[in-house]
Design a binder for this molecule. Structure first.
Ligand code: ADP
Length: 234
């Protein structure tokens, strides 16, 4: 269980997150959804430990991680642009993070992740030789082999279209189910959030507009902002 308690953040005296309180259960897929500039990425970075919060606490399985460094938190992120190393092969990218972590995954487990993401035929290829969907799968594999306690994804579908988008969406869902891995996703796209997530946290100008299941949000929108932001997509 991940609890965000009274999480607040200002940049240059501008309130970017205003007293965010939310509880995320183990294994849930939660989308952070809102318009550009609403504070989604800042919240993701605060959970990751990349950005320090001003007030509040990040509690994971009853441990206060607010002052624990990003490295020691054990949450891992796939960035929007994947941040893969172009001069390395797909395989070298996947194992890159393991170079100082001997014993974290066995050879069998490593092969399981590779099989799960259907990357075997692509392991020797350089990143430039891969399609968008294949790059995303390499980025997911590279993150999963680190055995993250929470998986964070920043706009994982925004660079993909059509069939590939659908297949990565299903892939993310099966990762969360298979590994019982809490997955937190930043997206600006209501349709993505509604079809991908167990719960959606709708953020508007640093405040929670609503936190609920896709069904609850569609059937019982809390306020006009949620209504307009969601309904315009339906
Ligand atoms: P979103 O991900 O919803 O687009 P962000 O969390 O990136 O929103 O940004 C929320 C607000 O915080 C924006 O007004 C943005 O300009 C501001 N902001 C984000 N990061 C910084 C930073 N490092 N320094 C100053 N302002 C920032």
């Amino acid at each position: 269980m991940l609890k965000l308690q009274n999480v607040s953040k200002q940049f240059d005296r501008k309130v970017v997150l205003d007293d965010i309180n939310v509880e995320i259960k183990t294994g849930e897929i939660v989308s952070l959804l809102g318009p550009s500039g609403s504070g989604k990425t800042t919240l993701l970075n605060i959970i990751l430990g990349l950005t320090q919060l001003d007030h509040g606490r990040i509690i994971f399985n009853d441990m206060d991680l607010s002052n624990v460094s990003m490295k020691n938190r054990g949450f891992n992120i796939v960035f929007q642009d994947y941040a893969l190393f172009p001069h390395l092969s797909a395989y070298e990218n996947i194992i890159y993070g393991l170079r100082n972590k001997k014993g974290l995954v066995s050879e069998t487990e490593l092969q399981e992740y590779i099989d799960f993401l259907e990357l075997k035929p692509h392991l020797a290829k350089k990143i430039g030789e891969l399609s968008g969907g294949q790059k995303q799968r390499v980025a997911l594999a590279r993150t999963l082999v680190m055995k993250p306690k929470i998986l964070l994804l920043d706009e994982p579908l925004s660079a993909l279209d059509g069939v590939i988008k659908e297949s990565i969406k299903q892939r993310i869902q099966s990762i969360a189910r298979e590994y019982k891995l809490t997955t937190i996703i930043v997206t600006h796209d209501p349709e993505e959030a509604l079809t991908l997530s167990d719960k959606i946290l709708i953020i508007n100008q640093g405040n929670i507009s609503q936190f609920g299941t896709p069904q609850e949000i569609i059937n019982q929108p809390n306020n006009d902002f949620v209504k307009e932001f969601i309904l315009k997509q339906l």
